[in-house]
Design a protein around this ligand. Structure first.
Ligand code: BES
Ligand code: ZN
Length: 869
């Protein structure tokens, strides 16, 4: 047997990038026949295959009951093939093979939500990325095998909707009660993009005409009562289709595009060719039932999955090590789309906040890995913040450096070269370089090594010569598995301000790569370097990493007053925010004085609240306890952080006095026509309420209760509920009961009801127990599970005390039932080693005790990594 090509059989189960081998057989076409019954499903497949290289014919398959196998018309008997729990191997296969198999599977009892599974009473759906297709039929289930799919789906007529990828060729009935549909997808695709849906769903229809004049039927499927909540997604879809034409020259390529909303789904959404499957949380959007944040998320996820059609589907990954090729690029594209949709500064703030809260800590701990990993045990564990968010940042850096026009020339070259192929990260960077005429090959270093670089910068003003010097130094923490860490190219976008007047200097510096007069980009790609600016007539304040031009930890010797200056005078909203966060981090973690911050806020925010409420709402951000904890590498005491943060917030509440209430009373989102403005005002109202509560002003509860009862908007209702519940207001229970009554049949809204209670800083082990024993708590619905476990993780003090048992219990429960989910929930505990004793030892022991009980590759790999610090 060809072991190297099938790393799955290696003893320690680790797969290595360096072992990649081409598949010995390619699949020209596959004919699938899927017959769904109540207690089993029969899958027949016919594969037309041609040999590409020497070696065995390897078909992957998991949990399949093999009923028959026929090769080139001849029945294969046991002994003519080798079968184990992961694969079916045929040695000495001829060069041309037509292979017929029949298997039986059990979607009705598939709790892993991978492959074909039952997602609630009247619905069967698939989730095949990355390796789910092998749970449907025997197949070379790897992304470098591209085939034409024809699918026949047959089921009882109680499931009127039968969908698969591509064009509908034929429908018909089978006997009295059953019917079928045959679909054919004209584009070649890897098996992970296969999808089918069997269910009882309603549909929202629309259409779109592409730049090439193609008429595309657009359909969003959901349960009947959710159809009115699909309009925002539909608009976002059309908008995305236009955006990809305008910004990347990429029109859609099929005659239909379908989206199906599913309430039981492990991820957010999946880009199956022409038939996206979405978690309801990422497609249903309605001001009455979902929050503004959820509405924004729906639009970006719709865009993300749509953009995959070119970056992921038409050009796919050679192997799963290249995952960031499609995900990093597609996240960068969806972020750019969202920047066009709302305020670019606020979108960037939100994206960087996620990067810093999730990717930076991941990259600083035991789960750290390069954006393109070089080995893994379970690929599902590598859909990480590093692959996605850091992957996106690498693309953003290259695009910042190239500018719009050259970046477009680069992407054009990529699509031109590789359309219809399965490629690597090197292919992408090469095409981008060739198309733009700029050699970007040193960006490959970013893909291949772990860790967040530290960027140290120093400024020095030469008063006599009117010269400002900036020196840079970069370094990475030593990593045992990656001994040869190299300097990476760091684009540093910067601006200089006159400290006296607040005005921006025109930049005179020969070392800038992109010089847009006031906003320059310096490409720092050495270990150390110094650059000079001339004609700087007075001591400047420099603003570095504008728009967060590189994913690094910046260490610049700003004075607190300079940071306060930037909060007031930076013209770039993102950098105003960044300055406020840097200053607050010093106040919260290094005991700096709070006065410069408060002064800057007082000078800046009252005006900004009126001009740009959305940006203003972000400028009130105070780093979360979780984020602050992630900045501490040892002797971390969650209680101490909580106490410090509360005291700073109380000072802020007190210092701004009547501002909170006056502002609250002055805002009326219902008068705003623009969604972003209204969203900003709603965010502000909720901030004002919580600051009034911090002031200890009891009248706030009446205001909150009135807001709770009188609004029709979920962000307002939930914001008010949160203030009542988290402050133990007399009205809290009333409001909670009312919320439950209103939304008990609206799963996504009810998730918020669970979340708000689990995230209560005053929650106890009993609170969590009551929530997880509530009749509406459901371990079969990941969204519901995450609403409690995600809420709980909002409070590190709680998460690291009674939360530990909660997470470990879930990891153990889901180990076999839903290992993808189990592994993710366990990752919450990955920074245990930073805790102070005795907590550190307690959590470590709890993790060690779990070790002998887990079986899945997913949970095992995560647990071993977490414990290996
Ligand atoms: N291809 C993924 C879906 C996926 C995720 C499949 C993990 C298998 C494992 C999809 O394109 C995706 O990235 N979805 C994200 C949301 C997106 C907006 C970043 C998700 O599901 O979280
Ligand atoms: Zn994606």
């Amino acid at each position: 047997m060809n072991i190297a090509a099938n790393p799955h059989v290696q003893a320690d189960q680790t797969v290595y990038l360096k072992d990649y081998q081409k598949p010995s057989f390619l699949v020209e076409s596959i004919n699938l026949d899927i017959q769904v019954y109540d207690d089993h499903t029969v899958v027949e497949s016919t594969l037309v295959m041609n040999r590409q290289t020497a070696g065995d014919l390897v078909l992957l398959g998991r949990d399949l009951e093999l009923k028959s196998i026929v090769l080139n018309g001849k029945n294969l008997e046991v002994g003519q093939y080798q079968l184990d729990h992961e694969q079916l191997v045929i040695t000495h296969a001829p060069d041309q093979v037509i292979l017929n198999t029949q298997v039986v599977i059990h979607p009705e009892s598939n709790t892993q939500l991978e492959g074909l599974y039952k997602a609630g009473g009247d619905l069967f759906v698939t989730q095949n990325e990355p390796e789910g297709f092998r749970k449907i039929t025997f197949y070379p289930d790897r992304p470098d095998v591209l085939a034409e799919f024809t699918t026949r789906v047959e089921a009882d007529k109680k499931f009127p909707v039968l969908l698969a990828n591509g064009n509908l060729l034929e429908t018909g009935t089978v006997g009295e009660n059953r019917h079928f549909a045959i679909w054919q997808d004209p584009t070649k695709k890897p098996s992970y993009l296969f999808a089918c849906v069997i269910g009882d769903l309603a549909v929202l229809k629309d259409h779109y005409t592409t730049s090439e004049g193609r008429e595309v039927a657009l359909e969003i499927y959901a349960i009947e009562k959710d159809i009115p909540k699909c309009h925002i997604a539909m608009e976002a879809l059309k908008h995305s289709m236009r955006w990809d034409e305008e910004h990347y020259g990429r029109p859609y390529d099929l005659d239909n595009y379908m989206i199906v909303a599913v309430s039981q789904f492990n991820m957010g959404a999946m880009e199956n060719k022409g038939l996206n499957i979405f978690n309801t949380s990422c497609v249903l959007a309605d001001e009455e039932y979902t929050t503004d944040a959820a509405i924004m998320r729906v639009q970006s996820v719709i865009a993300h999955e749509y953009f995959h059609n070119w970056t992921g589907n038409r050009i796919t990954c050679r192997d799963w090590f290249q995952l960031c090729l499609k995900e990093g690029l597609t996240v960068f594209r969806d972020q750019s789309f969202s920047e066009d949709l709302q305020s670019a500064a606020v979108q960037r703030i939100d994206d960087v906040a996620v990067l810093k809260a999730h990717q930076f800590p991941e990259d600083a701990g035991p789960l750290s890995h390069p954006p393109r990993p070089d080995h893994f045990v379970e690929i599902n564990n590598f859909y990480t913040a590093t692959v996605y968010e850091k992957g996106a940042e690498i693309n953003r850096m290259m695009s910042t450096l190239l500018g719009k026009e050259k970046f477009r020339q680069g992407t054009d070259e990529y699509f031109h070269r590789y359309d219809g192929q399965a490629v690597t990260v090197e292919d992408w960077v090469n095409a981008l370089s060739a198309g733009s005429g700029v050699d970007l090959s040193n960006f490959l270093t970013w893909y291949n090594q772990p860790g967040t670089p530290k960027l140290e910068a120093k400024g020095e003003y030469d008063e006599q010569n009117h010269v400002y010097r900036l020196s840079f130094k970069q370094s990475l923490k030593v990593h045992p598995k990656y001994p040869n860490l190299k300097a990476v190219p760091v684009p540093v976008a910067l601006a200089l301000f006159n400290a006296e007047t607040g005005e921006q200097y025109t930049l005179h510096c020969q070392d800038l790569f992109v010089n847009e007069v006031q906003d320059g980009v310096y490409l720092f790609d050495q270990d150390t370097a110094t650059i000079e600016f001339s004609n700087v007539t007075q001591k400047p304040v420099v603003s570095l990493l504008r728009n967060f031009s590189a994913p690094v930890n910046l260490d610049f010797d700003y004075s607190d007053d300079e940071l306060a200056f930037l909060i007031e005078y930076e013209t770039n909203g993102f950098n105003q925010w960044q300055a406020s966060q840097t200053l607050l981090e010093r106040i919260l973690l290094k005991d700096h004085a709070v006065e410069p911050y408060i002064k800057a806020i007082k000078n800046t925010l009252p005006d900004l609240v009126k001009k740009d409420p959305l940006l203003a709402s972000r400028l009130f951000d105070v780093p979360t306890e979780g984020y602050l904890g992630s900045r501490i590498d040892h002797d971390y005491k969650p209680e101490a952080i909580q106490e410090k943060r509360n005291s700073v917030l109380e000072t802020l509440a007190r210092e701004l006095g009547a501002f909170w209430k006056e502002t609250y009373l002055s805002l009326d989102p219902s008068l705003q026509n623009d969604f972003s403005q209204a969203m900003g005002e709603r965010a502000l109202k909720n901030i004002m309420l919580s600051m009034m509560a911090r002031q200890g002003d009891d009248s706030v509860f009446d205001l909150a209760y009135t807001q709770y009862s009188q609004t029709k908007n979920m962000s307002e209702r939930l914001g008010a509920l949160r203030v009542l519940v988290w402050n133990d207001a007399p009205q809290a229970q009333n409001a909670l009961d009312d919320f439950y009554r209103r939304y008990k049949d609206e799963a996504l809204s009810l998730d918020q009801w669970f979340m708000v209670q689990a995230a209560n800083p005053n929650a106890t082990a009993e609170t969590i127990k009551a929530l997880t024993e509530h009749p509406d708590y459901d371990l079969g619905t990941p969204n519901r599970v995450r609403s409690v476990s995600g809420g709980l993780s909002n409070n590190p003090v709680n998460a690291w005390s009674f939360g530990v048992e909660h997470y470990i219990g879930l990891a153990e429960y889901f180990d076999e039932k839903n290992p993808i989910l189990g592994s993710r929930l366990l990752q919450v505990l990955s920074r245990w080693y930073t805790l102070a004793e005795p907590q550190r030892g307690n959590v470590q022991n709890a993790l060690k005790d779990l070790q002998p009980h887990v079986k899945s590759k997913n949970v095992k790999e995560t647990l071993n990594s977490i414990l290996s610090v």
